[in-house]
Design a protein around this ligand. Structure first.
Ligand SMILES: Nc1ncnc2c1ncn2[C@@H]1O[C@H](COP(=O)(O)OP(=O)(O)O)[C@@H](O)[C@H]1O
Ligand SMILES: N[C@@H](CC(=O)OP(=O)(O)O)C(=O)O
Length: 351
């Protein structure tokens, strides 16, 4: 590991969908390692692809999608070798699909359907941890995280959520590991979601309210790179980046961290990003500047995309400027030219 935590630290560790897609084994191994000597709080996303599947299910109510969803989790249960029933959740999901009219809006109905991905993930992960000998309690963040009423992109009410944080403190006091659903919240008794990729935000909110030593965001890449390493061949890993640099990059589309994740911990608690497989921690977000530009992108529609460059005010390329800020600049490009332009800008900046 690049960074080591000091003994007896309280850490919040978030595993994204890419860390729990086919197997939980690497994530479980990392939790076991951290559990020796630390207080560990886990935040979990739905299995990779499941939120997209649930979205299609909510919109179509198709029995095929429902079957596919159930089978993904049944297969995972079998692969994990755990004994667990998901009948109650499937029954509730079927009920919700039949009763959209009972919700105040379509968005509120969709958020309830989306919640099943994370809710099943924590049930499975917690049982798998118990089977490894670590006492654990699954927590549905509906009972913990209070949000505003922006269904589909809700903002956490830190004050109201603070009043409920004793739920997690109690679990920790008993020496158990809480496994908490990312992405989910509660507004007036209705389920909300925090926006796509919102489990990072859940983790940083909990890090702040639990006064954690660090928030670990574990994914399928080693940390934050100078550009998406899945698109830009020569992207370089950035070992240190500041809260400001990362929140600007996230605002301009950088997917490695949710747009709202920095705010709750800014200036107080470091965020560390790492890769679950082989347990590599690669980027520390704190007050220290990267001093390295970060390229970002957003798909605007099927024809257009934007490319952001954080950490510079000028780039010498032939593209239309879309927006700019004090320390960033954003270009408009054709969707089909996105990958090539990202590579070209990266080469210009880092040549
Ligand atoms: N600058 C960047 N540095 C690292 N990863 C990036 C960057 N820009 C985009 N990404 C993408 O973010 C992905 C991680 O985010 P996400 O897919 O939401 O993972 P998870 O499922 O673990 O939450 C990486 O696989 C990578 O392709
Ligand atoms: N499952 C939700 C929330 C989330 O944060 O997912 P991930 O950690 O896999 O990006 C989503 O797909 O948006």
């Amino acid at each position: 590991m690049v960074y080591k935590l000091s003994a007896k630290s309280r850490v919040v560790i978030k595993f994204g969908g890419s860390s729990v897609r086919d197997s939980f084994s690497e994530a479980l191994r990392l939790v076991q390692k951290l559990y020796e000597g630390n207080e560990v709080v886990i935040v979990l996303s739905a299995l990779k692809g499941v939120t997209d599947l649930l979205l299609k299910l909510a919109e179509s109510k198709s029995p095929e999608f429902l079957k596919e969803f159930e089978e993904i989790y049944l297969r995972t249960i079998e692969r994990l070798g755990i004994e667990l029933s998901i009948e109650n959740e499937i029954r509730e999901l079927k009920f919700i699909l039949r009763n959209e009219k009972a919700f105040p809006s379509r968005k509120a109905y969709i958020d309830h359907v989306l919640s099943f991905g994370e809710r099943l993930s924590v049930k499975l992960f917690s049982k798998a941890l118990e089977d490894e000998g670590i006492k654990s309690t699954p927590v549905d963040a509906f009972y913990l995280i209070e949000t505003n009423g922006s269904f589909g992109n809700a903002k956490v009410d830190l004050k109201k959520t603070k009043d409920k944080i004793w739920i997690v403190e109690e679990i920790l006091k008993r020496g158990r590991v809480p496994v908490i659903t990312g992405f989910l919240g509660n507004f007036n008794g209705f389920r909300t979601t925090l926006g796509r990729g919102g489990s990072d935000y859940t983790a940083s909110v909990l890090g702040r309210l639990l006064n954690a030593r660090a928030v670990l965001i574990m994914s399928d890449v080693k940390g934050i790179y100078t550009a998406d390493p899945k698109i830009v061949r020569d992207a370089k890993l950035i070992p240190f980046a500041s809260y400001e640099e990362v929140s600007t990059a996230s605002m301009l589309g950088m997917k490695a961290l949710h747009e709202r994740a920095v705010e709750p911990v800014k200036g107080k608690i470091p965020i560390i990003l790492g890769k679950t497989n082989n347990q590599h921690l690669g980027t520390l977000i704190s007050k220290i500047n990267a001093g390295m530009p970060i390229l970002t992108y957003k798909i605007i529609n099927e024809n257009l995309a934007s490319i952001g460059v954080v950490g510079v005010s000028e780039v010498n390329i032939n593209a239309q400027i879309y927006k700019r800020g004090r320390n960033w600049i954003c270009f408009l490009v054709k969707r089909e030219e996105l990958e090539n332009t990202l590579n070209a800008i990266h080469e210009v900046i880092f040549q």
